[in-house]
Design a protein around this ligand. Structure first.
Ligand code: SAH
Length: 244
């Protein structure tokens, strides 16, 4: 049997947002590898082994997936959203760099709908002009770097999407982010909080920075900040495609 390794994104949550090519890879897989809540989204079936692990062991998980593919298994490494956005694709390539014996393997990355795009669609079109995405977790980078990128992006008038905004182990950082944004963007700038996008418990609200509170975000929320031209139209929020 010829093994392969697919690194796939499962989208934000709804089954309809899993792409057909990802569904096909999952249907052909012998093994699915990933963080516990993402693997839990895969329906068990005979011939398929599910390997769930904790979030903090990404490199071990990636190396294990490479080993299984080398042994002839058909392995799908799953992430939520897109696998290249703050997720497993980079971890697999980091493991591959450290283990050249796997570099001849059949490896493919299959994109998924990332949280910020599903959230932006639900809100309207807040990312219609130039934007950037920032991971607010300081697990893998120093806080000073997050704050520097935040200020420079705000000064450049990017709209922004914030992933991993606030967790129980990092309850205070997001309040500081809001302070920096109020300083740089002023109190009237629009900011959207999109929680559990595409799932039954989806909750989306857009407020001004003056009204924004840190408690509006948690680890299931992606936060979208508009740029200086972002405005409301009816129940939607959008950013004009032109800038002067
Ligand atoms: N690879 C994923 C992101 C992983 S980081 C992607 O492309 O979407 C995890 C963060 O993604 C969460 O803390 C949250 O900010 C965001 N996120 C993932 N799914 C989400 C959803 N359904 N609704 C809102 N935010 C989500």
């Amino acid at each position: 049997m010829t093994g392969w390794l697919v690194i796939a994104g499962l989208g934000p949550g709804a089954d309809q947002m899993v792409t057909p090519e990802v569904a096909e890879a999952l249907a052909e897989a012998t093994d699915v590898v990933g963080y516990i809540p993402y693997v839990a989204r895969i329906a068990p079936r005979s011939g398929l082994t599910l390997h769930s692990s904790d979030n903090r062991v990404e490199l071990d998980r990636a190396t294990r997936a490479l080993q299984m593919a080398q042994q002839g298994q058909r392995v799908v490494v799953v992430s939520s959203g897109d696998p290249g956005v703050f997720a497993m694709a980079s971890a697999v390539f980091e493991a591959l760099e450290a283990a050249p014996q796997y570099q001849g393997l059949d490896i493919r990355v299959l994109p998924g709908i990332t949280a910020m795009l599903a959230a932006a669609a639900a809100i309207g079109a807040p990312l219609g002009h130039d934007f950037c995405a920032i991971n607010l977790s300081d697990n893998l980078k120093p806080w000073a770097l997050i704050e520097r990128r935040l200020r420079l992006a705000a000064q450049a008038d990017f709209a922004m999407a914030f992933y991993n905004p606030r967790s129980t182990s990092r309850p205070d950082g997001f309040g500081r982010v809001l302070e920096v944004l109020r300083e740089e963007c002023g109190p009237q700038r629009l900011i959207g909080f999109a929680r559990a996008v595409s799932m039954p418990e989806e909750h989306i609200v857009t407020v001004t920075l003056a009204e924004a509170r840190a408690e509006m975000a948690d680890m299931r929320t992606v936060v979208i900040l508009g740029n200086s031209a972002t405005r409301r139209v009816g129940r939607f929020v959008y950013t004009r495609r032109s800038a002067e």
